[in-house]
Design a protein around this ligand. Sequence first.
Ligand code: FES
Length: 325
Amino acid sequence: MTSVTSEPPTAARRTGLRLVVAGVTPAADDVRQLTLVAPGGGCLSSHPPGSHLGLRWRQDRVNSYSLTSDGESPAAYTVSVLRAPDSRGGSAWAHELRAGDFVDAIAPRSTFPVAARARRHLLVAGGIGITPLLSHARWHIRWGGDFTLYYCQRPGRGAHLGELRDLCGDRLRVYGNRDALWADLGPALVRQPLGTQLYVCGPLSMIDAVTAAAKRAHWAGSRIRCEAFGASADGPRAPFRATLAAAGRSIDVSAEETLLEALERAGAGVPSLCRSGICGECRTAVARGRVEHRDLVLSAAEKESGDWIMPCVSRGAGDELELAL
Ligand code: FES
C-alpha cells in the first residue's frame, strides 16, 4: 500500500539509508514493483511483516510504501507502487525509476504488525491494500500461521494475484466487487473462533464497513487492526491556539494549516514521517485541552484519554490546546 507524502528531516537523518533499484516489474496495470538492494550487496535489516519503507522522491518529500516481503533477513526490499493520477508527484517519480538508479530511503518501520499471539488471522484487502497483507501472508506461510486472505480488486487489475494464488492456494478468496466480498466475509466474521485477529487494509470506506460489521458480530476492538490509504485529514478545519507548556509560548494555528505545520513555522517542529496520521512518528503529549482526533494510529483508549495528539492531522477541539512541549 502506498501511504502518502511527507518531509521528515529529523527522522530521515536518524534512519536514512541509500538503496539501488535492482529491478522493476509490473504487478498489475498501473502498479509496478520495485526491488531495492544495498549498493554493495548483502543483507538488509529485517523488519516485521506489514512494515513501511519511506522513499525520498524530493528533498523535502517522502512517500511511505508497504514492504511486500515477510522481512526475514531480506536480500532486497520490495514495494509495489500504484500510479496515482492525483498524486503530489511521488508515485510518478517511482514509476520513472530504472534499474541502477539510487534512492534515498527511510529504514523500515512497523506500522501494521501481525498479532503474534492470535490463533488465527483473517486478512481483508481492498485494491492496493493487498501489499502489507501479502507480507503478512508470506510470514504466516513461513511460520505455519492459520490464515485466510479475502482480496477485493477490480477484475483484471488485482496486483500480485498470480503470486498470491501460488502462495496461498485455497487460503485466498478473490472478489471482483464489494457485494461479492460481503456475501462471503459477512458470515465469516460471525463464525470465527475465539482468538482470531482481523486485519483490514484498503480505502477508508471499506475499513469503516468491515470494522462496523465486525463490531456488530461482537469482535473486541483489540482484535481488529486497520491500515488505510490515509487518515481523514481533509474534513473542515477551525483555527485554534496551541500553547507550548514547557517553552511558555503560544502559536496560532490557522484553518489553512495543520498543527504540525504551525509548530514547524514557529521553529518547534516534532519528528514526522507520513504527515497523514498513519505512521505514529509525530505523537505528541497533550497537557490540557480537548483533541479532535483524525489519525489512524492511536487506539480508541488512547484517543479517549486525551493524553496524545498526532499533530500532522489532528487538531484542538476547542479554542486552545496545551502541548507538553
Ligand atoms: S507524521 Fe505520521 S502520524 Fe504524524
